[in-house]
Design a protein around this ligand. Structure first.
Ligand SMILES: Cc1cc2nc3c(=O)[nH]c(=O)nc-3n(C[C@H](O)[C@H](O)[C@H](O)COP(=O)(O)OP(=O)(O)OC[C@H]3O[C@@H](n4cnc5c(N)ncnc54)[C@H](O)[C@@H]3O)c2cc1C
Length: 236
């Protein structure tokens, strides 16, 4: 994998939209128009009001919105200063960022292996970057995204995955009676879904620590997945 030095620079908010209850999608651009180089799966540190520093995964594939732009996906945490500031930020406003950072990226050799992506909530952000990047490069290996959230309204990018032809398996922990799809936590569906991919899949997991620990345990202890094929990024 290429190493891209992290640099501190100013970013300007170009546009923002609420894409699910409490989830804001933000498109930012370097204030000087310089390219923002990164690898799919990496994150940026943001310097927010009141001396608050928080990290956010880049939800866009490199160059997806143009060389100088990147997208973020932010959950509004109740009383949280970092996510609160990002939900209040208006187009045209600027902030400082340091990045790109992080090793949650797919190595060259992994790009010819099947891939299982497992994310909950905005943990899907770096997975989306990886998937869109892979599809854009014409990567043909089998891919499946297992996505967990509470309700039907919280499902992210369903239309996009349908349009792109990605195998998408959402599961809801608080589904309404009308929901005909999967129910419960993501870890409950691994035993059924992993064998639907060809052998040798790499697994990419992102979200809160408790989910990641549960998923890793099932993959290793129940499904015999080698730990070198499990990659994860924790948000807390
Ligand atoms: C490498 C990395 C990448 C991250 N990428 C993202 C991202 O793409 N989108 C994003 O929304 N957050 C992301 N986070 C979390 C983010 O950095 C903040 O922790 C989060 O926005 C809460 O900050 P706060 O100041 O609003 O709340 P705080 O008052 O600092 O509350 C922190 C608590 O909020 C909870 N929390 C943190 N993140 C989430 C979340 N996404 N969903 C639900 N609960 C959460 C945890 O319990 C955590 O202990 C990432 C964290 C790391 C370390």
């Amino acid at each position: 994998v290429r190493r891209i030095p992290a640099t501190r620079r100013r970013l300007r908010l170009i546009s923002a939209a609420l894409v699910a209850p409490g989830v804001r999608h933000l498109v930012l651009e370097t204030a000087d128009g310089a390219a923002f180089d990164h690898l799919a799966g990496q994150w940026v540190k943001l310097y927010l009001p009141g001396g608050v520093e928080r990290d956010y995964s880049i939800a866009s594939a490199p160059g997806e919105h143009g060389a100088a732009r990147l997208a973020l996906l932010v959950t509004k945490v109740e009383g949280g200063p970092g996510s609160g500031a990002l939900h209040a930020m208006q187009p045209g406003e600027e902030l400082d960022a340091l990045g790109p950072n992080g090793l949650f990226v797919r190595e060259d050799a992994e790009q010819s292996a099947p891939a299982l992506f497992v994310g909950t909530g905005t943990g899907v952000a770096p997975l989306r970057a990886m998937i869109v990047d892979a599809l854009g490069r014409g990567e043909r290996t089998d891919k499946l995204l297992l996505f967990g959230c509470r309700t039907e309204a919280d499902v992210l990018f369903a239309e996009e995955w349908r349009a792109r032809g990605l195998r998408f398996e959402p599961t809801l922990s608080r589904a309404s009676d009308a929901w005909a799809g999967r129910r419960g936590y993501v870890q409950a569906h691994l035993a059924e879904l992993l064998p639907t991919l060809p052998a040798g899949a790499h697994v990419y997991v992102c979200g809160l620590t408790k989910m990641i620990d549960d998923v890793r345990r099932v993959l290793k202890e129940e499904l015999g997945v080698d730990r070198r094929r499990i990659h994860s990024e924790r948000y807390d």
